[in-house]
Design a protein around this ligand. Structure first.
Ligand code: C2E
Ligand code: CA
Ligand code: CA
Length: 611
């Protein structure tokens, strides 16, 4: 294909045919020639201009794809026109300019090229060559324009993406520091807030943790959405109270709020007021609901440079300990004191030690046996097995301390089975040495009952499998269950107790008188023995009011046809009184402390003591 064919009007690509071209020459003849040449070649948007000033105006009003510029003109010459136009050119763009110059004028050509002209067309025009140069320049220009458009589009997407990213970052920063349910600060946000609070040089700050204690139950009853609403409302109340005091508040975890504010005159009163406000009835589904909660708080003061972040962290821990104590003691809100930390540390040590002992050192746990004596016949009728724990470094830990911990951690289940095993092993040893008729009573805690029930396990099975394994006759095992065991599902409890009775396993209700059992309830239980709590026996021999109380309890037991066992009989006076009150059985230091197996055997051999 020849160059000329290529320049046929039809051959001109559409983009090029539409390219806007401005021809500037003070000589109208030149303009006419070029205009005709371009029109013939198929260019459709060609403007011609003989005034350089107007040419600049036209260009600035609407830039062209190509400028064909005469160099020598009156007024502005070509170089000046280029100068003016270049100032308006955007970054990364160039002035698409071909200069028209006389063959005889090499300096001007050089200057024009230096000034950024792409090319030149010599006068007088060689039309073919002129067209070729124009096409080349336009080709470059159009490619350049395309590239720029693409870049622009690209740039726009990038800036849109950057905006979206910035918005996302903002969202993320917000979410990272705020609780999604209440909109208050979350733990992360609170920590940052505390950091800045501790830079303000406060001399006295209150750290208050408030836990909504019934939220979990409410979730079961009302669903999470309702609870979210209640949390939000409680949070809003707290936020406005704390805001008034120039403090900081947020969600420390789950359903626990943290509020930190400058100390007020009467702290206790202040905390009370906060509780009253937060836990005032909330409108809910057309009526009202009252939330409940517990709190722990700590006051930290610093007369020097103000409370720093370490003091703040310590105060937070202290508030946490106070909250844990409030839970344990069922208080609404407690102020931290140093003994809480000691108790907490000891409790923690015991928890860990118990876990270890149960895994690898079960021999740390031993049983002691305390005889029960028939007051009238003066003979031993059984023994109670009481758990003892000797730890190599913590020393001897009493069951009153470690049993509640085991109940809290769930270790009571294993511990309870361990006690059972020990009792059966004891019976098995005794039976190998001759006849043995004394039943051994095992304490079963309410929590142990609950845990077994939750797993669908039955106490009877646990006992009967061991009885078979150790080949122990029936009737040698008794259980002592506390009144709080009765708070479980009543029907389930009754079937358990019936099964126990059917297997000749006697059950006594322990600590009777301290608990909640209503009499009608008791009457319907397949239980035949009540253990009268030590607190009723204690001092009854010396104090007539105490004696009256004891007598009433024993009457009640007799009316309900229970056998009574009095605990904590320490003196002959206690025993005489109980005999007068027709109590059947007694247990206590007066007869014997809880004894190791060999000591028990020795004691039994010497009973009744010859006076
Ligand atoms: P509990 O069942 O009421 O046991 C009676 C407690 O009174 C025992 O305390 C016993 O040593 C003590 N005691 C007996 N006679 C007297 C007396 O004359 N005066 C005084 N002041 N105290 C007397 P211990 O052994 O410290 O046990 C405390 C509690 O720990 C028990 O109270 C029982 O609730 C629980 N416990 C002990 N062993 C076990 C066990 O193997 N399993 C479970 N679940 N709980 C156990
Ligand atoms: Ca007991
Ligand atoms: Ca008791």
């Amino acid at each position: 294909m020849s160059e000329l064919d290529d320049l046929e009007p039809k051959a001109l690509p559409e983009a090029m045919a539409e390219a806007r071209i401005l021809v500037v020459d003070d000589n109208p003849a030149n303009l006419a020639v070029l205009a005709e040449l371009l029109a013939e070649a198929g260019f459709r948007s060609v403007d011609v201009e003989s005034s350089p000033e107007k040419a600049v105006e036209r260009w600035l009003a609407h830039p062209y794809d190509l400028l064909l510029l005469d160099m020598r003109m009156p007024g502005l010459d070509g170089l000046q026109v280029m100068d003016r136009l270049r100032t308006q050119i955007a970054d990364g763009d160039y002035l698409p300019c071909i200069v028209l110059t006389a063959q005889t004028d090499p300096e001007t050509r050089a200057a024009a090229l230096d000034a950024g002209a792409l090319d030149f067309i010599l006068k007088p025009f060689d039309l073919d060559e002129a067209l070729k140069r124009i096409r080349n320049a336009l080709q470059t220009r159009l490619l350049h324009r395309q590239a720029r458009q693409r870049l622009d589009a690209y740039g726009q997407t990038i800036s849109a993406q950057q905006q979206a990213l910035a918005a996302r970052e903002h969202d993320i920063a917000y979410l990272a520091s705020h609780d999604s349910i209440t909109g208050l600060l979350n733990r992360h946000g609170l920590c940052r807030g505390l950091e800045s609070l501790t830079r303000e040089g406060h001399k006295a700050l209150v750290f208050l943790l408030i836990e909504l204690s019934d939220a979990d139950q409410l979730i079961l009853l009302e669903g999470t959405q309702s609870v979210d609403y209640l949390l939000r409302e409680a949070g809003t109340r707290l936020a406005s109270l704390v805001g008034e005091r120039g403090g900081l508040c947020g969600v420390w975890r789950g359903q626990t709020f943290l509020a930190v504010f400058p100390q007020t005159a009467d702290l206790e009163l202040e905390v009370d007021r906060i509780f009253d406000t937060i836990f005032a009835p909330l409108p809910f589904h057309g009526s009202h609901v009252v939330l409940h909660g517990r709190g722990g708080y700590a006051l930290v003061t610093d007369e020097g440079s103000g409370i720093d972040i370490q003091q703040s962290n310590a105060a937070l821990r202290a508030a946490g300990l106070a909250l844990a104590s409030a839970h344990r003691l069922s208080n609404r809100a407690l102020l931290y004191d140093a003994r809480m930390a000691e108790r907490f540390a000891r409790r923690h040590r015991i928890e860990r030690a118990m876990q270890e002992a149960l895994q690898t050192q079960a021999e740390q746990f031993q049983l002691a046996y305390q005889p029960k004596v028939d007051i009238h016949g003066h003979r031993v009728v059984g023994c109670e097995a009481l758990l003892r724990w000797h730890h190599p470094t913590l020393g001897t830990i009493g069951p009153a301390e470690f049993i509640p911990i085991a109940e809290d951690t769930g270790a009571i289940e294993i511990l309870g089975l361990l006690v059972m095993d020990r009792v059966f092993a004891f019976l098995s040893r005794r039976l190998q040495h001759g006849p043995w008729t004394l039943p051994i009573a095992i304490n079963v805690s309410a929590r142990q009952f609950e845990l077994m029930r939750a797993r669908g396990m039955s106490l009877v099975n646990a006992i009967e499998t061991r009885r078979a394994h150790y080949r122990i006759p029936r009737g040698l095992i008794e259980l002592e269950i506390t009144e709080s065991s009765l708070l479980t599902d009543f029907d389930w409890l009754v079937t358990q107790l019936e099964q126990l009775r059917d297997n000749a396993i006697g059950v006594a209700l322990d600590d009777f008188g301290t608990g909640y059992s209503s009499l009608s309830y008791l009457r319907n239980l397949p239980i035949n023995t009540l253990k009268i709590d030590r607190s009723f026996v204690d001092g009854a021999a010396r104090d007539s009011r105490q004696a009256f109380l004891l007598s009433n309890i024993l009457h009640l037991a007799r009316d309900l046809k229970f056998v009574s066992v009095a605990e904590g009989v320490e003196t002959l006076g206690d025993l005489d009184l109980l005999r007068d009150l027709s109590c059947a059985i007694a247990q206590g230091y007066y007869f014997s402390r809880p004894l190791s197996e060999p000591d028990l055997l020795a004691w039994l051999a010497a009973f009744p003591p010859k006076s």
